[in-house]
Design a protein around this ligand. Structure first.
Ligand code: ZN
Ligand code: ZN
Length: 276
């Protein structure tokens, strides 16, 4: 129990209070003691990190702490919709945890429909993208039923939800995403490596997912058969490669020939000067 003469709200170097620190470190005994003091500012924010205690705990993946805070009698004093300065919030932190139940547990406390496409600060992925990556069926169903959730968002590597689901081999998720009327450019979309959802499924050996994506391609008669990234990778996969190497070979040969001729002439001239 903190001493009564101590200021429980005094900030540290960055501005985080004792409550924020204790929450982010998962120290429930300290948090409980601090919450028992009526002068403790429960929703204190760090001016540098931007977070309150709830988001600070979530950002460090301390979801047991998050749950304890939300079920505490003073939990309602904490804003569950707060954002950290990095842009993360409770929804995206919970989605990143990889635990479906963790996300379901926080959903009743937050207004997720108001900020559906928040991205985490490390991978730039939304809640829908994390659910696609981890194969969280029930979450995908829920998010796809909300028109405000974007199915076409890209992470920092250019991956869409479909690419993440395809590379992880989540057949059901791929199926649900393909059925979404808002999904665009299924086969034209490439990530920053030039990969499509189909090429990723093939690369990781998810043949069932690859077959599903191929059949979706056939159904989309209007969709072009070659992806946009074909332009980038065409050089490496088309007959341009032999032409390139043949031209390079002849260019080097010509340079060698002219250099040799030049030096031969120089030697000739020198020899003429010396012996002539
Ligand atoms: Zn801080
Ligand atoms: Zn963050």
């Amino acid at each position: 129990m903190p001493r009564s003469d101590l200021d429980v709200n005094s900030p540290g170097n960055c501005g985080c209070t004792a409550l924020i620190w204790a929450c982010s470190l998962g120290k429930w005994a300290i948090v409980d003691a601090l919450l028992s003091r009526k002068e403790t500012i429960v929703d204190a924010r760090c001016p540098n990190h931007g977070h309150n205690a709830l988001v600070a705990a979530a950002h460090r993946m301390k979801f047991e702490m998050v749950h304890q805070l939300l079920s505490h009698p003073r939990g309602h004093e904490m804003d569950p919709n707060a954002f950290a300065a990095c842009g993360c919030n409770l929804l995206v932190c919970a989605s990143r945890s990889g635990d479906e139940d963790t996300v379901h547990n926080i959903l009743p406390f937050i207004d997720y429909r108001n900020y559906p496409n928040t991205q985490d600060c490390k991978f730039g992925r939304t809640a829908l993208q994390w659910a696609s990556h981890f194969g969280h069926d029930s979450l995908i169903q829920l998010f796809l039923s909300e028109p405000s959730f974007s199915v076409n968002h890209r992470d920092i590597r250019g991956n869409t939800a479909l690419m993440l689901a395809a590379s992880s081999g989540h057949y059901n998720i791929v199926q649900k995403l393909l059925a979404s009327p808002n999904l665009t450019n299924v086969h034209r979309d490439c990530n920053s490596n030039g990969d499509t959802a189909l090429s990723l499924a093939e690369w990781y050996g998810h043949t069932d997912v690859a077959r599903l994506l191929e059949s979706a391609l056939l159904e989309q008669a209007a969709a072009p058969s070659t992806p946009d990234c074909a332009a980038q990778s065409a050089f490496f996969v088309t007959p341009f490669v032999p032409y390139f190497w043949i031209s390079t070979f002849f260019a080097i040969l010509s340079i060698l020939f002219f250099s040799l001729t030049y030096f031969a002439l120089r030697i000739d001239v020198l020899a003429f000067r010396v012996y002539g």
